[in-house]
Design a protein around this ligand. Sequence first.
Ligand code: G3H
Ligand code: 13P
Ligand code: ZN
Length: 309
Amino acid sequence: MPLVTTKEMFKKAYEGGYAIGAFNVNNMEIIQGITEAAKEVNAPLILQVSAGARRYANHTYLMKLVEAAEIETKLPICLHLDHGDSFEICKACIDGGFTSVMIDGSHLPFEENIKLTKQVVDYAHAHGVVVEGELGRLAGVEDDVKVSEEESSYTKPEEVEEFVARTGVDSLAIAIGTSHGAYKFKGEPKLRFDILEEVARRLPGFPIVLHGASSVIPELVEKINKYGGNMPGARGVPEEMLRKAARSAVCKINIDSDLRLAMTATIREYLAQHPDHFDPRQYLKPAREAIKELVKHKIVHVLGCDGKA
Ligand code: G3H
Ligand code: 13P
Ligand code: ZN
């Protein structure tokens, strides 16, 4: 099966009350861990690549690794550009075989966001590729952007119908209080489900995307801190909130930080326990296994998309 778009996946997810996991990838072990997990529980997958990941690993290497995963697993896999910030990067990914792109104009004024998003949609749709847009702005850190809490803003539900109608986007990322990275909440975790419900009411049947959805699993942070790391105050979105989102209009849930934590915690532990080992395969193998277990857990216990491939 060639790489697929999210069209069919989102339709089924919306109707079935579950969500598809969109996992960030940047090397072979991460791609293998995620796709082997999805294979075992027969789940559809979105593998997503940020601009930083594409610079790190190279477009062609990532493309070929994902194609290899598709051949090995025969799962429906969508390859998605995460947080594209210009027409040019979206075009390069569309021309280079991605089946979905995000154009993130969330930092732009409304009219400019519409103009840029529509330009990408016109090009993408002419090439059979789907597009995710964004309204509202998440706080947090990504490679290329750092958004402070003051700069972040919730999605305004009254803008969503016009944005979707004028751009033609296939899905919409909204900001309801999650943020990128491992430090999501200073106090109690709080998400604006009222905004999500109002957006869903205004866009019946339309797939919504939730970014910043790592749980920052406490045991992984503890392990990192135990073996020489220093991540005090790391905190993510409780799983119960994600399960609630997955049952709603949210069809795509983005997870990156938890993968990073799983890999780093495992490698720190391994090297602390085997100070004389220096073959990368020795510590990357358990790291890949940790990613696999984490992704299986997310699919079965959080997203609910097991058995839906
Ligand atoms: O939302 C951002 C993802 O976690 C990707 O992060 O830009 O550091 O690759 P990155
Ligand atoms: P996390 O940092 O919570 O994993 O979010 C990832 C994300 O939204 C990628 O676009
Ligand atoms: Zn994101």
